[in-house]
Design a protein around this ligand. Structure first.
Ligand code: SF4
Ligand code: SF4
Length: 72
């Protein structure tokens, strides 16, 4: 079964994470470089569900509980 990071766009609030620059800390935390923000203050996107290892590092980096590990 696949494990992957799912972003809840209703909970994501980049201003709360980084009010000055709008950078998502979860993007920096993913050592596999699978999260990307198109621009500051935008929610991140998972670039590849298949390549995500479901490690959960991005989950712990997110202060808003906006990333969960989905299984299946
Ligand atoms: S679960 Fe791990 S590999 Fe997947 S996006 Fe989050 S930090 Fe990256
Ligand atoms: S850390 Fe969480 S709440 Fe903050 S921008 Fe990233 S996904 Fe959104």
């Amino acid at each position: 079964m696949e494990k992957w990071a799912r972003i809840d766009f209703d909970l994501c609030d980049p201003i709360r994470c980084d009010g000055k620059k709008g950078r998502c800390p979860a993007v920096r935390r993913c050592t596999h470089k699978l999260l990307e923000q198109e621009s500051p203050y935008e929610p991140p996107m998972l670039l590849s569900k298949r390549m995500c290892v479901g490690c959960g590092d991005c989950v712990t980096a997110c202060p808003c509980g906006a990333i969960v590990i989905s299984i299946g």
